[in-house]
Design a protein around this ligand. Sequence first.
Ligand code: NI
Length: 141
Amino acid sequence: MIYITRRLEFCASHRLFNPNFTDEKNETTFGLCNNPNGHGHNYVLEVTVKGEVDPETGMVLDLKALKKLINEEIIDKVDHKNLNVDVDFLQDVIPTAENIAIHIWDILKPKIKNGELHEVKLFESERNFVVYHGVSVERPH
Ligand code: NI
């Protein structure tokens, strides 16, 4: 088994808040990311696929195809967008790095046929990132 990673970048804005919280609780919970008029992040997304090397190509998969898939399914939908309102797969979701990574996993998982999705890593800043490996049981919605 070998692991192969594609790194991509996108810029997006968001505001973290829970409509069921008071303004004060939203501010203490989400801090700077609760800024009422939003703010931006330069996100870095790393998608890792695992598989066996095809002896005829020496590769696990075609990285160009993986890049195209991630661009079409994810990057084109989030880059230069407001994550609270513009993104179909984040409707009714608090757009934290955690939730974005989970939704990216759920979208890509069934679409990766050569090899198997192993990890979604999402950097919201240089120092803050989340890693998701999926779940083995159904997640309640
Ligand atoms: Ni933020």
